[in-house]
Design a protein around this ligand. Structure first.
Ligand code: SAH
Length: 360
């Protein structure tokens, strides 16, 4: 039975108000001011609960930086422009990106760095890591300046709470967290008619589970509008797939999966990202989509790894292991995807083979 302080608090709330949506449960677990996972714990790295791509190797941030800088050059090197990261964690990706782009003439001078981060604790960490780049923190993505926008987001969208539904003959039943004998328990709440839920779910059959992140459109739409109007690029990397059904909500603690109700506030809770829904939410933008492995290889990660290894032979085995972890299909290469959003008519960003959805 869950016995974290947050579990007790949520149990009291459910006693008072009745069962809560899974998305509300996730939101409390991730960002509760006193007991939330991102607000309180140190999730990243070998000591933490999971390791993200930028924490595996500097190559990741470097290559993403050069991709953004190339797109910036291809679009006429606009100045000033907004450089934005969503959910920067410890700031590692942006630090690598910033270092790698130092030699791109004019890029640093033109960049105004904004960070979008909900956790005050992580904001403080980012302020330390990124002091040289003079970041500002942005609370409202609608308020970004009316200039070209270059965005990076790694493992941000998987952290957004999802509503989850199971298909029944007569409609969709929403997953809820309730109480049974005083313990948190998963159940199914009321039934929604299909007309109220995403059109893409129409081809479901009874038993299918579908998920939907309500915050995705409000977060992405203003960014896509800015990119379509002013120019720019968004690079979104995460684990997930192009549409599809399934229960993907998972909890991870100390690198091990655990039941999602087991330790509220102490485990990372995520859901797979639906990239088709992201592309649709960014509707005025053109898009391109690749697996992370194919994307990083097209950007030359193997050459970069060989050069790094030649420069520091002691680290050669670690660099080889990092390359494998980031790109091999059985590691992060296939499960993780890269999505680029850019103005119709702008050149295809480096690393992508073509525009449009994957062949499915
Ligand atoms: N990009 C980093 C960290 C990924 S973890 C990396 O690759 O290592 C997710 C990040 O998003 C954390 O910084 C977390 O605090 C932040 N975050 C999660 N939900 C958020 C929200 N709703 N608004 C703003 N930031 C959020």
């Amino acid at each position: 039975m869950a016995d974290t302080p947050l579990a007790a608090l949520l149990a009291a709330r459910i006693t008072q108000e009745g069962p809560m949506r899974l998305s509300d449960f996730m939101a409390e677990c991730l960002l509760h001011p006193d007991y939330g996972y991102y607000t309180q714990s140190e999730p990243f790295g070998a000591q933490g609960d999971f390791i993200t791509a930028p924490e595996i190797s500097q190559m990741f941030g470097e290559l993403l930086g050069l991709t953004l800088a190339q797109a910036w050059l291809d679009q006429g090197a606009p100045s000033p422009f907004t450089l934005l990261e969503l959910g920067p964690g410890r700031g590692t990706l942006m630090a690598d990106l910033w270092r790698a782009t130092a030699k791109v003439p004019g890029f640093h001078a033109a960049a105004r760095l904004y960070l979008f981060e909900a956790s005050p604790r992580l904001r403080a960490l980012q302020a330390e890591t990124l002091v040289a780049a003079q970041p500002r923190w942005c609370d409202d993505l609608n308020a970004l300046p009316q200039v070209p926008l270059f965005v990076i987001a790694n493992e941000f969208f998987d952290a957004l709470p999802v509503r989850q539904f199971t298909r029944r003959e007569a409609g969709w039943a929403e997953t809820e967290v309730g109480l049974k004998d005083g313990a948190l328990t998963l159940g199914q709440g009321r039934l929604y008619p299909p007309a109220l839920l995403p059109q893409a779910w129409a081809r479901s059959v009874p038993g299918d589970v579908a998920e939907w992140a309500p915050q995705m459109v409000p977060l992405l739409a203003p960014l896509a509008a800015r990119i379509a109007d002013q120019g720019g690029l968004a690079l979104i990397l995460d684990y997930g797939a192009w549409a599809g059904f399934g229960d993907t909500v998972q909890a991870l603690r100390a690198h091990r999966p655990e039941p999602i109700l087991q330790s509220p506030g102490l485990a990372d809770l995520t859901a797979h990202v639906d990239f088709a829904a992201l592309a649709e939410a960014a509707a005025p933008c053109a898009f391109a989509y690749e697996t992370q492995g194919a994307f990083l290889k097209a950007l030359g990660i193997e050459t970069r790894a060989a050069r790094l290894a030649a420069g520091s032979p002691d680290a050669a085995a670690d660099i080889k292991a990092a390359l494998h972890r980031l790109t091999a299909p059985q590691e992060m290469g296939s499960l993780f995807k890269a999505l680029a959003l850019f103005p119709e008519g702008a050149p295809l960003p480096p690393g992508f083979a073509r525009k449009g959805p994957p062949d499915v």
